[in-house]
Design a protein around this ligand. Structure first.
Ligand code: NI
Ligand code: MN
Length: 231
């Protein structure tokens, strides 16, 4: 059994037999968070981009646990300078791990980190296609809708897609439904909504539209909820 845990916003973990891959661990300052970084002992952290609501507590966790942060080179340099352990990835490249593979795919968004009052460029944002103990997960990161999502779905049949629906900073519900049509995952889990008033969305509305228009099922997870994937 693989356990998917949704911590709120864009933070998920995948776990099997105690081995954890943690994605976009924004926890300490997350208003809807379900956990704090102290208890987490991931084997690997994936960071889609440098914005605080994604990179979050990655550096702190990496320094405490010793696990690498996988990100694009510019973000890796920033994390390494803060004392984190890192692994570099690039668009189109696949890295191998004992649990499977991680492929870095594009996302249409921006990426920066705040250093004092300065906004510093942190490379291009990305998404991840994660092959974890025989199942395939796509975490889109923050992104607008783009047509090449079809290529991601064509290349690898996706078991799960984690897609933002909050609008404003990412796709809203209508665009996310089109993303589901392009990606064709077995199951979609919406993310990046209802953290703040300005990204308020009705996930039931998303679910209704996805299931009316596509064969994909939609699973709504609340912060702290887990979902078990049979393997
Ligand atoms: Ni962002
Ligand atoms: Mn974001």
């Amino acid at each position: 059994m693989i356990k998917i845990k949704f911590y709120g916003h864009a933070c998920f973990s995948l776990e099997k037999d105690g081995q954890v891959v943690l994605i976009d661990p924004w926890l300490r300052e997350n208003p809807v968070v379900s956990a704090f970084p102290e208890g987490l002992r991931p084997a690997l952290i994936l960071a889609t981009h440098g914005h605080h609501d994604h990179l979050g507590d990655a550096v702190e966790i990496s320094k405490r646990v010793g696990c690498p942060i996988l990100a694009v080179p510019e973000l890796v340099s920033f994390c390494a300078k803060q004392g984190a352990t890192t692994t570099v990835g690039h668009y189109g490249g696949t890295l191998s791990f004992d649990f499977g593979t991680v492929k870095i795919v594009p996302a249409w968004h921006t990426s920066s980190v705040m250093v004092g009052d300065e906004r510093v460029y942190a490379g291009s944002p990305c998404g991840f296609v994660i092959r974890f103990h025989g199942r395939t997960f796509y975490h889109a990161g923050d992104t607008a809708l783009f047509g090449d999502m079809k290529l991601i779905g064509d290349a690898t049949p996706l078991d799960y897609a984690f897609l933002p629906i909050g609008d404003l900073a990412t796709m809203g519900i209508e665009d996310a439904v089109v993303a589901v049509e392009l990606l064709r995952p077995r199951l979609v889990i919406p993310m990046h909504y209802n953290t703040w008033e300005r990204i308020a969305q009705d996930p039931q509305g998303f679910k209704g539209r996805v299931e009316a228009r596509t064969p994909t099922r939609c699973l709504i997870l609340h912060p702290g909820e887990e979902h078990e994937v049979p393997v």
